[in-house]
Design a binder for this molecule. Sequence first.
Ligand SMILES: Cc1cc2nc3c(=O)[nH]c(=O)nc-3n(C[C@H](O)[C@H](O)[C@H](O)COP(=O)(O)OP(=O)(O)OC[C@H]3O[C@@H](n4cnc5c(N)ncnc54)[C@H](O)[C@@H]3O)c2cc1C
Ligand SMILES: NC(=O)c1ccc[n+]([C@@H]2O[C@H](COP(=O)([O-])OP(=O)(O)OC[C@H]3O[C@@H](n4cnc5c(N)ncnc54)[C@H](OP(=O)(O)O)[C@@H]3O)[C@@H](O)[C@H]2O)c1
Length: 377
Amino acid sequence: MYLLNPVLSTENMNSTNRKNPFFSRIIERFSLNKKGSTKKTFHLSLTSAGSAIQYQPGDCVGVLPSNDPAEVNEILQALQHKGSEFVVDPENNAPISLSAYLTRASNLQKTHPSLLKMAQEHSSTQIVPDPEAPMRPVELFAKMSRIAIPLSDIPRLFLPQLPRFYSIASAQVQYPEEIHLTVALASFESRGRKRYGVASRFLCLDAIVNETPIPIYLQPSRSFILPADSNASIILVGCGTGIAPLRAFLQHRVSTHAKGRNWLFFGERHRSSDYYYEDFFEALRQQKTLRLDLAFSRDSAEKIYVQHRMWEQRRDLWAWLQEGAYLYVCGDAQNMAIDVDSTLIRIAIDQGSMTDDEARRYLKKLRADKRYLLDVY
Ligand SMILES: Cc1cc2nc3c(=O)[nH]c(=O)nc-3n(C[C@H](O)[C@H](O)[C@H](O)COP(=O)(O)OP(=O)(O)OC[C@H]3O[C@@H](n4cnc5c(N)ncnc54)[C@H](O)[C@@H]3O)c2cc1C
Ligand SMILES: NC(=O)c1ccc[n+]([C@@H]2O[C@H](COP(=O)([O-])OP(=O)(O)OC[C@H]3O[C@@H](n4cnc5c(N)ncnc54)[C@H](OP(=O)(O)O)[C@@H]3O)[C@@H](O)[C@H]2O)c1
C-alpha cells in the first residue's frame, strides 16, 4: 500500500502511480442532480496544485479509497482490537496500524476465501456462498462467534484494496491546477442494509472538502483521445457519468479554439433534474459551437435513449462520418454501448446501402482507424 505521507517528495511530484499517489483534496463538491431526481451524481473538483500531474482530455485518475469507517469499527470490535495494534501490510511488508490497514489497505467489498472458510467454521448458522449476493467481510464477521485471531494472521483474511478509476471531466488548459470528476454514488442493499460503493461513498459522502487527503494517480488513456487534427469533427455519445470525458473534450476544443465541428448526444433520466452541466452545454449550443441532442429516458411514456436520437439524426450523422468525423462513446458498457453499436450498424445499412456484413466491417474499420472510440465501464 502507499504510504500516507502528505509531505510531497520529489518522486511524488514528478510521477504518480498506485504505490506513489498524489495526495489531493476536494476543493468543491456539489450534486449534479436537482430536486426530484432519483439519482445521486456529484461533481468534484480536486486540486492538482503541488503535483506535476499533466493530463490530457480522455485520461482517468485512479483513486485509492478509504473504507466505510462504520464497517472498519464493526470489524475491529469483532476482532476485539482497538486499532492501534500493528500488523504487517502484505503488499509492502511494512508495519501499519490495524485501523489504517482496515481503512486503506484491505478490501472490505470482496471477501478473501480464507475469511469465508473461517466464518463457515465458526458460525452457528450455515453459510452457503451465493454468487448473486456475495457476503461482505463485515457481514461474515457478524456471523462468527468471537475467536481470538493472532494479529499476524489478520492480513491473510483480506484481499487488497483496489483503486477505482474515474474519467477526468475537465481540460487542463482551462483548469491548470484542478481535476474534475463526475461520480455516481453507487448504492445497493445487502442483507437488509443499505450499503454504498466503497470509492463513490468515500468521494461523495465521507471525504471532507478541503480536508481529507484523496490519494490519486494519473491513468493516461492511450486511445480515448481527441483527434490530432483539431479541424476534424467529433461526435460524442455519453450517458450519465459517461459525460465526464466528453465535457473535458469540449472544454479543450473551446479553450484551444479548435475549428472542427462538435456534436453531443447526452442521455439521462429527466431533463429537469438530471441534465448534467446544462449551463455549459446550452451556452455552447447558443454560440453554435455545439450541436446537441438530448435523450431523457423518463420524461415520456416510452423510453428515449441516445441511440434513438442518433437514429432520428441518421442522415446527418452518416454525412459527418463520411466526412471523417471521429465518434466517441462513453458510459455504461453492458447495455448502452452495445445498443449504440447496433444502431450504428443499422445506420450504415440504411444510409450507406450496406449489407449487415458490410456495415459490421465498416464499423470494424472505423475502430481500427481509431475513429470509433469507446470508454465504457
Ligand atoms: C475507465 C473507467 C472510467 C470510469 N469513469 C467513471 C466516472 O467518470 N464516473 C463514475 O461514477 N464511475 C466511473 N467508473 C466506475 C468506477 O471506477 C467505479 O467502478 C464505481 O464508482 C463504483 O465503485 P465503488 O467503489 O463506489 O463501488 P464498489 O464498492 O466497487 O461496488 C461496485 C458495485 O458492486 C455491487 N456490489 C458490491 N458489493 C455488493 C454486495 N455485497 N452485494 C450486492 N452488490 C454489491 C454494487 O452494485 C456496487 O454498485 C469508471 C470505470 C472505469 C473502468
Ligand atoms: N451493469 C448494468 O446493467 C448497468 C446499467 C446501468 C449503469 N451501470 C453502471 O452504473 C454506473 C452509473 O451509471 P450512470 O448513473 O452514470 O448512468 P446510467 O445508469 O448508465 O444511466 C444514464 C441513462 O442511460 C439510460 N440507459 C439505460 N439503458 C440504456 C441503453 N440500453 N441504451 C442507452 N441508454 C440507456 C438510462 O435510462 P433508464 O435508467 O431510464 O433506463 C439513463 O437515462 C456506471 O458505472 C454504469 O456502468 C451498469
